[in-house]
Design a protein around this ligand. Structure first.
Ligand code: SF4
Length: 91
């Protein structure tokens, strides 16, 4: 006998702040790193790629600090090989 285990993804409309935790996170991103707000909006709207989600998770983990992600030493983290910002930006 099989049971249906259909998984659904929350796509809370962030603009309406229907989820308090997401609203707080989006406010923090908007305040501290406004250039990343679109990334979080896409994710909360269910319109992001897996790569976007990895980037956002690393940003969330490192308090939105790109340098901290670049210098992350948590090699045991399943995302470590896929984390963004592994190379310094050319100036
Ligand atoms: S790879 Fe590093 S920065 Fe990214 S989620 Fe894992 S521990 Fe955090």
């Amino acid at each position: 006998m099989t049971t249906s285990t259909k998984r659904t993804r929350s796509t809370a409309p962030v603009g309406q702040f229907s989820d308090a935790k997401r609203a707080r996170m989006l406010c923090a991103v908007q305040r501290d790193t406004p250039s990343k707000a679109g990334l979080f909006r896409r994710i909360y709207a269910g319109k992001a790629s897996p790569r976007d989600v990895i980037k956002a998770q690393c940003l969330h983990c490192c308090w939105l600090e790109e340098a901290a992600i670049r210098e992350c030493t948590a090699t045991e983290c399943p995302l470590w090989d896929f984390r963004p910002y592994q190379r310094e930006r050319a100036t």
